[in-house]
Design a protein around this ligand. Structure first.
Ligand code: CP3
Length: 320
């Protein structure tokens, strides 16, 4: 999950001097930011500091992050010609700075702390590429999907090859596990997920898994099609707080591991209430085939650091 960022004063200090893209492009700085939450929170895993949208640079789409606006894509994909014009991307060289960050973090990280590499899933990346930025209803994305199914599948299959090989390259550089982020896939109906997206996620997950590293398949709002989402692949399925863990396990299968699923806003609750909610997650996961305790989505910028530290300590104590 996103665990670095603006809630940490040491991150804000670096951001005062560097843009987000500068931090990503500079392996020494990106490695430092990756380590910040590990030092502060004593979490069991670090997630590499990068962004799912970085492949848009070698794809020639133009990427920037604007204050208060989030990501902005200068040349959004709106037609078949734009899909056909996408250049091939070699992640090993064109995103080589991310692999350098993986190597730098790996060298600095205590052996007991795992390193997670990541990439965006084909659907979530396509949604940014088509919308040109964040979206509430994903209207342009769905219009593209319904009206131009050929170019749609062409776009998603290109993205699947790119992110699948990018993930495998991160494992090759030293990441112990990989995470595929399909953050906005929950905007789709179950039938649309199966028809327009599932095969492309399956391909990306298959390429990533061929590296031998375990893969976490993350989504939010997926309760309505969780069995189909899980069927696309991944050793671990990420779920958010909108689905109770026992319901999630029934859909995913009791032989699979789940990551989740504390509501990030629970970190703003009174301490006793937060503790109760953490205990509920641990209780629901007790005795299961595998569980990675996590938030259901990223840490919000105003989150109190002390609440995060308390959660990590409680999870390490377990149900005792
Ligand atoms: O621990 C970490 O933070 C790891 C690094 C990381 C970032 N982005 C850096 C970042 C990770 C894992 C991501 C993934 C990412 N990026 C996702 C998938 C995960 C999720 O949260 O759903 C998505 C959808 C993005 C796209 C993205 N990047 C958005 C929508 C934004 C703006 C959001 C905001 O809060 O302004 C970003 C910017 C971004 N990427 C930040 C960070 C830490 C925000 C901090 C900053 O602007 O300095």
């Amino acid at each position: 999950m996103r665990q670095a960022g603006r809630y940490l004063p040491e991150y804000r200090a670096l951001r005062d001097r560097h843009s987000l893209l500068e931090l990503c492009h500079t392996p020494e700085l990106a490695a430092e930011v990756t380590l910040q939450p590990v030092r502060r929170l004593a979490v069991d895993a670090a997630i590499i500091f990068a962004d799912i949208l970085l492949p848009f640079e070698p794809l020639g789409l133009g990427l920037s992050f604007e204050k208060g606006e989030g990501p902005v894509i200068a040349k959004p994909i709106r037609n078949a010609a734009a899909v056909a014009a996408l250049p091939p991307v070699d992640p090993a060289t064109q995103l080589g700075y991310v692999l350098d960050t993986v190597r730098a973090v790996k060298a600095a990280l205590p052996a007991a702390v795992s390193l997670i590499g990541f990439a965006g899933a084909p659907f979530t990346l396509a949604s940014y590429a088509i919308e040109g930025g964040a979206s509430r209803d994903f209207a342009r994305t769905k219009q593209f999907m319904y009206n131009q199914p050929g170019p749609w599948h062409d776009l998603l299959s290109r993205l699947a090859e790119l992110v699948g090989s990018f993930l495998a390259a991160q494992a090759g550089a030293g990441a112990a596990a990989l995470q595929l982020f399909d953050s906005w896939v929950g905007c789709l109906s179950p039938a649309d997920y199966r028809e327009y997206v599932q095969r492309h996620s399956r391909r990306a997950l298959e390429l990533a898994g061929a590296s031998g590293a375990p893969v976490i398949h993350f989504g939010t709002n997926t309760a309505g099609f969780l069995a189909d989402f899980a069927a696309a692949g991944g050793e671990v399925v990420g779920v958010d707080w909108r689905v109770p863990l026992d319901v999630a396990w029934a859909a995913v299968g009791s032989d699979r591991a789940i990551q989740g699923n504390l509501d990030p806003v629970a970190l703003f609750a009174p301490r006793a209430e937060l503790e109760r909610r953490v205990r509920d997650v641990l209780t629901a996961a007790a005795g299961r085939a595998g569980h990675i305790f996590n938030l259901g989505h990223g840490v919000l910028p105003t989150t109190p650091v002390a609440a995060l530290q308390a959660v990590v300590e409680q999870v390490h104590r377990g149900l005792k």
